[in-house]
Write a protein that binds this ligand. Structure first.
Ligand code: ADP
Ligand code: MG
Length: 323
């Protein structure tokens, strides 16, 4: 059986050139670049809550970092360093380190793509639980916030929404996907792509931004609350996959599209006058960016159907304590 220190040494100690001091001391040391401030965020993945206990360890390693990178994207920050706190069941450690090897491969594969250094963490025995803290940098005063939306902004989203939630709904037998549809939607759930390059380019263009982790309605709702504005969005303008289109307007498909979590796309608001700039940016970063509605004065989030009629949405989005 590997000891705690074997585990740290063997699987989680790599050089982290961007840090003054990495894994191995009581604390890591990092030096922010000149004129930058730090953006810091934590996201936890809990077995049975966010993933099944027998989930593919490589995908878990990838996703535990990807969801944190997504928070950096939403702030317009460049991710630099990460901390990893894990609770591991004994059986995972016993099995010759295979689980840990795969997990580390997924984690470090994505970390090196973004030149993020793992600089520390904590390792204990317990029910599988993965908690990553990410530290990024953004020019002082320039970070994208939830609170900056203004009446007269357009509401935009990146990529397409709903596929991750569609697979989850399928496994819960709330909707029936055929095997080919499942394999089309699975990457959205298991290997989401954090929109780092897009987030950085939105600085100076977007008034506000958020990543969609709990569903469009809930996350856009956070922008509205913090910015003290309202929004009207058109459901038919929301870009979605061919699989999703095939299942609309099944009520489960609608709720996956509007309120499904785990998309990790960005929702952001930009003044109308800069529509052209967003369209050019879409070509530049090679990510579809779609205008889905507008920000107005007052409060509330209004959803319209194709004919411009208001749609009542019963579901708001994912909440760990009110499901
Ligand atoms: P202490 O008991 O002094 O807090 P630990 O024994 O918990 O120290 O950790 C030793 C070193 O290993 C520290 O630098 C810590 O940040 C690092 N570390 C522990 N677990 C992990 C992990 N899962 N990933 C990366 N670094 C880790
Ligand atoms: Mg410790």
């Amino acid at each position: 059986m590997l000891s705690e220190f074997d585990i740290i040494q063997r699987y989680f100690t790599r050089s982290s050139p961007g840090a003054v001091l990495g894994v191995g001391d009581d604390a890591a040391l990092v030096k922010p670049s000149a004129e930058m401030e730090l953006a810091i965020s934590t996201d936890m993945l809990v077995s049975g809550q966010h993933f099944a206990g027998d989930a593919d360890p490589r995908q878990l390693g990838y996703k535990s970092l990807a969801v944190n990178l997504s928070d950096m994207a939403a702030m317009g920050a460049t991710p630099r360093w990460a901390m990893l706190a894990v609770a591991l069941p004994e059986s995972f450690v016993n099995a010759g380190g295979r689980w840990l090897e795969m997990f580390a491969e997924g984690f470090f594969g994505l970390a090196s793509e973004h030149r993020v250094g793992l600089i520390g963490g904590d390792t204990t025995r317990g029910p599988l639980n993965i908690c990553v803290t990410i530290i990024g940098e953004v020019a002082i005063g320039k970070a994208l916030r939830r609170s900056g939306a203004k009446a007269g902004d357009d509401v935009w989203i990146s990529g397409q929404l709903g596929d991750a939630a569609l697979v989850i709904a399928h496994t819960r037998q709330q909707i029936a996907l055929d095997p080919e549809e499942v394999s089309c939607c699975l990457p959205a759930l298991n290997t989401p792509v954090a929109r780092i390059a897009l987030g950085k380019r939105l600085i100076g263009l977007a008034h506000s931004a958020i990543d969609i982790s709990d569903g469009l309605l809930a996350d856009l709702g956070h922008i509205l609350e913090q910015s003290k504005v309202s929004a009207t969005i058109e459901m038919s303008a929301i870009k979605c996959s061919a699989v999703m289109q095939r299942h609309l307007p099944h009520p489960t498909a609608i709720s996956c599209l509007m309120a499904g979590g785990d998309d990790y796309e960005l929702c952001f608001t930009v003044p109308i006058a800069r529509r052209g700039d967003v369209e050019s940016l879409s070509c530049e970063v090679e990510i579809p960016l779609t205008r889905i509605g507008s920000i107005n004065q007052g409060g509330g989030l209004f959803v319209l159907d194709e004919s411009g009629k208001s749609v009542e949405m019963a579901i708001r989005g994912y909440d760990h304590f009110r499901t």
